[in-house]
Design a protein around this ligand. Structure first.
Ligand code: BGP
Length: 469
């Protein structure tokens, strides 16, 4: 069956700053938060590998970007590493060498016919601002983030017309401070929600600054959408459990960014728990007055929940799972390497939800992808990774997305994670995501995978063949 997208819909890819750039030309005092995670938890990172070299995109972008073009990437979302971009985070003095690098990447993308979209942060909060002020919980750091954003708008706004505040602003507060999975392994909900509110305020303030400096640009938020699915939508207890998970994991950033307000239930529960952050009248006004023009939704897997069956231990620090249990659906399709469910229909559901609940705002699938371990075993005699599983994964996601678009959802693009194989938090180079291989046994040599040719054909034609969904 043939699936197609309207004119103007673009296939693209995402490149995460620190996960690809590497740390060449950075001073030791220019560390970012993921570097701290690695430095303090090295044994837990796959083979001890961290962000130091990553894919070495910093030194190789001039030869990488033409490969992206060959892979059919028409739009490219990447980000500035705040910790690299400035020499002095408090005085907001720009490191001219870093500024030139980002400018050169933008030019190189444009020369290759690829439209750049810039994100201001993919977790690269400068370590110095984490250590001195506790990061986004601090109003001082929020000021410094906005000052940094203004500098970026002034430098690159002549060539970059789509901007985003953060990549997945929920992930660091959730994994580092709420459930303790990542360094510093805290279960400290007060800190987690203070960070979340700080990032909500930064998003609104950066949107306002972007409009002042670049009135013709569009400004957006990139959110992780663990699309929440109840065990049984017809069971009121399961549905109620899913609503609470939604209030805590989907809606805090989506509602503030698009509707200009927090979900009531989220504020009420935090208040009842004695965990409401420093929430001022002027904050509510700021959020209401500075919503975004575009949403980026990163989607990997659904979050399945059911009504609470296990007793909640009141001596534990608060976690939203006080009100729901995770649901392990029998027979679910898995990506065994990453341990994530594969459920492409969510892209249709996300599209219809944005249409009905969020005013049909323009949106983009800003990440979707499949990480696979030991891809070298799939190499053919010519050395090319025969990643048919990735082609099927992309096609099935695109098929569901095209159904949403056909039913009126205003989705304008699909950006694969990722252009290049790169360094994941903790999993480092274990699972490979790229259309372009990075061969670590061969001095990081690059080679297009089979999926790159498929992506190129789909991108050029804006349509593709796949089985009926
Ligand atoms: C998202 C990040 C990406 C990428 C992706 C895949 O949360 O925005 O940068 O890391 O997850 O996950 P992982 O790298 O953990 O396999």
């Amino acid at each position: 069956m043939k699936y197609s997208f309207p004119d103007g819909f673009r296939l693209g890819a995402t490149g995460a700053g620190w996960q690809m750039e590497g740390e060449a030309d950075k001073r030791p005092d220019q560390k970012h938060f993921p570097h701290l995670m690695w430095e303090n938890d090295r044994d837990a990172w796959f083979e001890g590998v961290g962000p130091e070299v990553a894919s070495d995109f910093y030194r190789r972008f001039r030869t990488d970007i033409p490969l992206f073009r060959q892979a059919g990437i028409r739009q490219y979302r990447f980000n500035i590493d705040w910790s690299r971009f400035l020499d002095d985070y408090e005085a907001v003095t720009v490191n001219e060498r870093a500024a030139r690098y980002y400018s050169d990447v933008i030019d190189c993308l444009l020369e290759n016919g690829i439209e750049p979209a810039l994100c201001l942060e993919h977790w690269e909060l400068p370590a110095a601002l984490y250590e001195k002020y506790d990061g986004y919980a601090s109003r001082r750091v929020q000021d410094l983030y906005v000052a940094y954003a203004q500098e970026a708008f002034r430098r690159y706004g002549d060539r970059v017309h789509t901007w985003f505040a953060f990549n997945e602003p929920m992930v660091i507060p959730e994994l580092c401070f709420l459930n303790g999975a990542w360094w510093p392994h805290e279960k400290n909900p007060r800190r987690a929600y203070a960070w979340i509110h700080g990032k909500v305020l930064c998003t609104a303030r950066a949107a306002r600054a972007c409009r002042e400096i670049l009135p013709d640009a569009r400004f957006g938020a990139i959110l992780n959408s663990p699309y929440i699915v109840p065990r049984d939508a017809n069971n009121p207890d399961d549905a109620a459990a899913a609503r609470i998970a939604d209030d805590f994991f989907w809606r805090p950033f989506t509602d503030t960014a698009v509707l200009g307000r927090y979900p009531e239930n989220f504020l009420r529960i935090l208040t009842d728990e004695g965990l409401l952050f420093d929430y001022r009248d002027e904050d509510a006004r700021l959020i209401a007055e500075n919503t975004v023009d575009v949403l980026g939704m990163n989607y990997y897997q659904p979050m399945r929940v059911k009504a609470k069956e296990t007793p909640w231990d009141e001596s534990r620090p608060f976690h939203p799972s006080k009100f729901y249990d995770d649901y392990d659906m029998p027979g679910k399709r898995m990506n065994p390497y990453r341990g994530w469910e594969i459920f492409p229909k969510s892209l249709y559901d996300i599209g219809m939800r944005i249409k009905t609940e969020y005013g049909n705002l323009p949106w983009i699938v800003s990440e979707s992808g499949m990480g696979v371990q030991n891809e070298a075993r799939f190499k053919g005699p010519d050395g090319v990774v025969q990643d048919d599983y990735r082609i099927d994964f992309i096609a099935e996601h695109l098929a569901w997305l095209s159904k949403a678009v056909a039913e009126g959802s205003n989705c304008q693009g699909y950006w694969l994670f990722a252009s290049l194989d790169n360094c994941s938090p903790y999993n480092a180079f274990k699972n490979r995501y790229g259309l372009v291989e990075v061969d670590r046994a061969q001095n990081l040599a690059r080679r297009l995978k089979k999926s790159a040719a498929w992506y190129r054909a789909a991108s050029d034609a804006n349509c593709f063949e796949f089985k009926e969904i």
